[in-house]
Ligand binder design. Structure first.
Ligand SMILES: CC(=O)N[C@H]1[C@@H](OP(=O)(O)OP(=O)(O)OC[C@H]2O[C@@H](n3ccc(=O)[nH]c3=O)[C@H](O)[C@@H]2O)O[C@H](CO)[C@@H](O)[C@@H]1O[C@H](C)C(=O)N[C@@H](C)C(=O)N[C@H](CCC(=O)O)C(=O)O
Ligand SMILES: Nc1ncnc2c1ncn2[C@@H]1O[C@H](COP(=O)(O)OP(=O)(O)OP(=O)(O)O)[C@@H](O)[C@H]1O
Ligand SMILES: N[C@H](CCC[C@H](N)C(=O)O)C(=O)O
Ligand SMILES: [Mg+2]
Length: 494
């Protein structure tokens, strides 16, 4: 593509050299990936400054470089104010505005994004759409799966894969939109048709200054709904009416908003909700009629996720029978309230709860059906929100018969000091600390008796544990199954 053509998408920029004859063969933000003819964009990151790699990009064949300051290179430099946002604009233009060519549903909120996204995917699959999905666990185009590093990847990765979705004939894509992504402009230029808000509670206060700042970032998804695109195309915001922050989301968009609710009046609601250890039934009430839903998903929070997904589908025009069929047959997502079944007589559940609110939701659910004792194995991630640590510890102690504090992903932090932060939220003598996660899981499983439940929280689907910058293979489900089998074998021998 001619660079001058690509730059038409920017209003304010300067070039250090004539660019009329420059053609670019791709856009790259990582100098190590640059090949001949690429346009290299310098991003000032959290770890290093991409401007320091401009020379390397030139040596590797970059045809031009986008920067926010003059550089000592001989290829043309395009000077802009904000290279991150410019990258989103350029990527969008380079891949020919892919998100205008299919329906895009964005989901934001503290908890439930991944769970809701798979429900949305299931409904649109049932509707015979070809689907795309971007989120914490993976990216999918149809049934093809791709690994992702971030819940919401950078704009370059996103636009490139949105273009692939167009080529693969995707009709509807659903994606999780993290607060980091919104704040850093990773979804800048993505043309969302429907924006869904699940809920807001404390998380990520390492990155965001305070809850107001976190809310501001989250609400950007609603703020960008329909901005700068074809005004005749309907856009909708979908908001959880029962969340204390619902008004802020309603007020963040100029588009029409629909609410879903269990406890208030809403456009889409759930009535006669029956929760049990084996699943959930409720009546889905919509402006176009009611449907009985019988779902294998467990817990009140799952009803919220189903309401959010049903609302997005309903507003997109999916018929109620299709929504009913999909919700009734869709099983849980990997690592979300996932039972470990190894023939034991006590329950073992692996769950991705890593915030105070999600931990409380999951424990409330377990408490409602647990016949006897509840053991909770939980830790908190290193290099992340420290202030949620004592709160998570408190929730665990409040609900558990025995709470076992352990390591999650300590990352670069000292595991012991993360545990001290957790312990500061609870009284001495109300918990046990076992730093090694495997030993903590083993301990809980050894205690459990017939009818008890062991919750292993925080890591869900993650197949690794990051300790001191090194990533080791570690899967809570595998470790739990090993511990159960080990105990069973010993009991045969005794
Ligand atoms: C804090 C944060 O968001 N960091 C993201 C950021 O990394 P960074 O700023 O450290 O990047 P950097 O290493 O400083 O590099 C800066 C620039 O120099 C370039 N570079 C670097 C080295 C080199 O040799 N040559 C070169 O050109 C890099 O390609 C980059 O363009 O940019 C990277 C590329 O897009 C991201 O993968 C990375 O996410 C890291 C892995 C991360 O953990 N992010 C978390 C906090 C996050 O974003 N989480 C949310 C989910 C939260 C939720 O649960 O809701 C998410 O959406 O994933
Ligand atoms: N609607 C909900 N409200 C509260 N907690 C929920 C809800 N849905 C799921 N959870 C709990 O939160 C955990 C994480 O769920 P999920 O992965 O769907 O959230 P997420 O928003 O994608 O999280 P992340 O920000 O880490 O990507 C689940 O394992 C469950 O414990
Ligand atoms: N998306 C979340 C994942 C947390 C998972 C938990 N296991 C941890 O490592 O803290 C985050 O980046 O905060
Ligand atoms: Mg997620």
């Amino acid at each position: 593509m001619k660079l001058s053509q690509l730059l038409k998408t920017l209003r304010v920029y300067q070039t250090t050299k004539d660019i009329n004859h420059v053609t670019v063969t791709g856009i790259e933000m990582d100098s190590r990936q640059v090949t001949h003819g690429h346009l290299f964009i310098c991003i000032n990151g959290f770890t290093v400054d991409g401007h320091d790699y401009a020379k390397q990009a030139e040596e590797k064949g970059a045809a031009a470089i986008v920067a926010d300051r003059p550089l000592d290179v001989s290829v043309p430099v395009i000077l802009v104010r904000d290279t991150s946002r410019t990258m989103a604009k350029l990527a969008n233009a380079y891949y020919h505005n892919p998100t205008q060519k299919f329906q895009l549903i964005g989901i934001t909120g503290t908890n439930g994004k991944t769970s809701t996204s798979y429900l949305v995917e299931a409904i649109f699959k049932q509707h015979k759409d070809k689907t795309g999905l971007v989120g914490t666990i993976q990216m999918k185009i149809g049934d093809k799966e791709y690994q992702v590093k971030n819940t919401t990847p950078d704009s370059l990765f996103l636009q490139k894969h949105f273009a692939e979705m167009v080529n693969e004939g995707v009709d509807t894509a659903v994606m999780e939109v993290s607060s980091h992504a919104l704040d850093l402009g990773r979804v800048h230029g993505a043309d969302f048709d429907i924006a869904v808000f699940t809920n807001l509670s404390q998380d990520h206060l390492d990155y965001h200054k305070d809850m107001d700042d976190y809310l501001r970032a989250k609400s950007l998804l609603f703020a960008q709904l329909g901005n700068g695109y074809d005004a005749t195309k309907p856009k909708y915001g979908i908001v959880n009416r029962d969340d204390p922050y619902y008004e802020a989301f309603c007020n963040s968009t100029s588009q029409e908003v629909l609410t879903y609710s269990m406890d208030h009046k809403g456009d889409i609601t759930a009535k006669d909700v029956k929760l049990s250890a084996s699943g959930t039934t409720f009546t889905l009430c919509t402006p176009s009629g009611d449907k009985e839903i019988t779902s294998p998903l467990i817990g009140k929070f799952s009803v919220y996720n189903m309401l959010a997904a049903a609302s997005a589908a309903w507003v997109a025009g999916v018929d109620l029978e299709t929504i009913q069929e999909a919700l009734s047959t869709t099983k849980g997502v990997s690592g979300r309230f996932e039972p470990v079944l190894a023939g034991q007589e006590y329950g073992v559940i692996v769950d991705y709860a890593h915030t105070p609110d999600s931990l409380e939701n999951v424990l409330e659910t377990i408490q409602s059906f647990a016949k006897k004792k509840i053991y909770v194995v939980v830790g908190c991630g290193g290099d992340r929100d420290r202030t949620k640590r004592p709160l998570m510890a408190k929730v665990a102690v409040n609900y558990a018969t025995e709470a076992i504090f352990t390591s999650d992903n300590p990352r670069s932090e000292d595991p012991e000091s993360i545990l001290r932060d957790m312990e500061s939220g609870v009284e001495e003598g109300t918990f046990k600390t076992i730093v090694n996660r495997k030993e903590a899981i083993q301990y809980a499983i050894e205690q459990a008796k017939d009818g008890d439940v062991v919750l292993i929280a925080g890591k869900g689907h993650e197949p690794y544990q990051e300790i001191n910058g090194v990533t080791h293979h570690f899967d809570d489900r595998e470790v739990a199954a090993e511990c159960i089998n080990d105990r069973t074998q010993r009991s045969y021998r005794d």
